[in-house]
Design a protein around this ligand. Structure first.
Ligand SMILES: CC(C)(COP(=O)(O)OP(=O)(O)OC[C@H]1O[C@@H](n2cnc3c(N)ncnc32)[C@H](O)[C@@H]1OP(=O)(O)O)[C@@H](O)C(=O)NCCC(=O)NCCS
Length: 207
């Protein structure tokens, strides 16, 4: 199977989108290909790590990826790479969350988390981060997830449909700031999808 993402449905751009990407300036827009990580490919693993180290001020997020991989919590099919000019210049990861409902039932199939999201500095501000976020939302929607959650920049993610998660009935696993704890509901959302969202252990042990 070709590992490039081919969307037989339009990428998710629900009614809550603040500013459609098509309206943004197209100057300096590179041709970007978003594809899944190739399972067991050391070159992809190294490229993702290099992009993550370059994008963040410390290597904490790169070590988070290492820990997720070691624990089997990094699924290559949910690891999205952005290629431009033949190089990997961006990455976004979706991971499975455990939803703990108010009645105590738990479900591992309803909520996914987005992050880390990284674009190597020299390629930032050209729409690649946006392409990765939209591809991740589209993938989560195709998988039938109810919502995508994240802890991220409150001024960046609302343009993709993310809103404060607590107001949507999704509680964080720790005392995270309400403005940064966001969720984007997908068409499969039902009222039964509210509750506490538990992350994989590596996220909770991140320094
Ligand atoms: C955040 C990031 C993935 C965006 O990638 P990108 O390719 O530059 O994104 P786009 O070109 O699609 O969008 C650029 C927009 O993101 C905004 N942005 C970038 N970093 C931001 C931040 N820390 N807080 C708020 N907005 C931010 C830019 O201001 C720009 O906004 P504008 O369109 O209003 O000018 C990238 O800047 C990055 O890798 N940053 C370092 C790692 C990081 O912080 N990841 C996110 C963790 S939640």
């Amino acid at each position: 199977m070709d590992d490039a993402l081919t969307f037989d449905q339009p990428a998710f751009d629900g009614p809550t989108l603040d500013r459609p990407a098509v309206d943004r300036p197209t100057v300096d827009r590179p041709t970007v290909r978003i594809r899944r990580e190739r399972p067991g490919d050391p070159a992809d693993v190294a490229a993702v790590r290099a992009v993550t180290v370059a994008a963040f001020p410390t290597d904490a997020e790169a070590r988070l990826l290492d820990a997720l991989r070691a624990a089997g919590d990094c699924d290559p099919a949910r690891s999205l790479l952005a290629e431009a000019d033949g190089s990997v210049v961006g990455h976004a990861l979706l991971t499975a969350m455990i939803l703990e409902r108010p009645d105590g039932t738990r479900d591992a199939d309803r909520i996914v988390a987005l992050g880390p999201v990284s674009v190597t500095p020299e390629w930032q501000k050209r729409g690649i981060g946006g392409e990765l976020v939209r591809a991740a939302l589209a993938q989560a929607e195709r998988e039938g997830a109810a919502a995508v959650v994240l802890l991220g920049h409150p001024t960046y993610y609302p343009r993709f449909g993310f809103r404060p998660a607590r107001e949507q009935g999704l509680l964080p696993p720790a005392s995270w700031p309400d403005a940064a704890w966001m969720a984007c509901r997908l068409p499969a959302w039902t009222p039964l999808d509210a509750g506490v969202v538990h992350y994989a252990r590596a996220f909770m042990e991140m320094e």
